[in-house]
Design a protein around this ligand. Sequence first.
Ligand code: ADP
Length: 281
Amino acid sequence: SRPVRLSVQLYGYGEGRKLLLARDVTALEQAEAMRRDFVANVSHEIRTPLTVLAGFVETLQNLPLEEDERNRYLELMAQQAERMRHLVEDLLTLSRLEGSPLPSNNDWVSVAHLLTRCENEARGLSNALTRKQVRPHVLNFPDEAALKHAGEIAGASAELHSAFSNLLANAMRYTPAGGQIDVSWQILDDGTARFSVKDSGPGIDEKHVSRLTERFYRVDRSRSRDTGGTGLGLAIVKHVLQRHGAKLHISSAMGKGSEFSVTFPVTRVRSSSADATASLL
Ligand code: ADP
């Protein structure tokens, strides 16, 4: 029941003979509309920090300021510049992911390494927040014994790291201080594997869930910006997972937190070599 857009052309040829050519241009027009939206969004996202920056520059040029105040302005300017840098980096990452297929000779990436790196980064972020007098999150990661049997994923290590750490960073950014975040990894009996980040944050209304991976889609614009979000994180996650044949599942309920889980197909999962050795003995 979706409306279809047709492009119709009528050609006359021969004696009174006519040819009617109808083309379905629905998809073409949708793609064009998406492209226009994207350009408008990018322009807006860049214009906002630029306007703020230009405002500060003008103030610094025209007002005699005390050193303290001047430094505060410079700090705010640095934040805006950082925000633009982050946005441009995310845009480049997205365009790289869209522009090239995953190389077929994938490496086997150690999940223990991936998770340890994510955990160190998360604890670093949490410590930085604590220094600002905010209660740290309770972070639960698989323990050392579980990591020994975490196995490997076939893929691009940097991409997988960016997908996992994006999900983790979101959980930390949207969950208020002192909330709980559980990260888990499981190789299931059927050989598939599941990575999950569960938080005790605000949750996401059902009507937004299916749109979260769209570029620049945000439930709460100002909250996303305040926490340094570009609105591109989940779009990057989606692309990385698609390239790895993995699926993202989001389950969330308002007031009850969210769980973002990723399922890897059996062809991309290898249980750890420690296991293999054990079974040989
Ligand atoms: P952003 O840079 O805005 O975080 P993302 O693409 O990473 O962009 O996420 C899109 C939107 O999804 C966010 O703006 C936020 O509204 C919502 N979101 C993502 N993760 C969570 C979470 N763990 N809890 C609540 N909302 C979330």
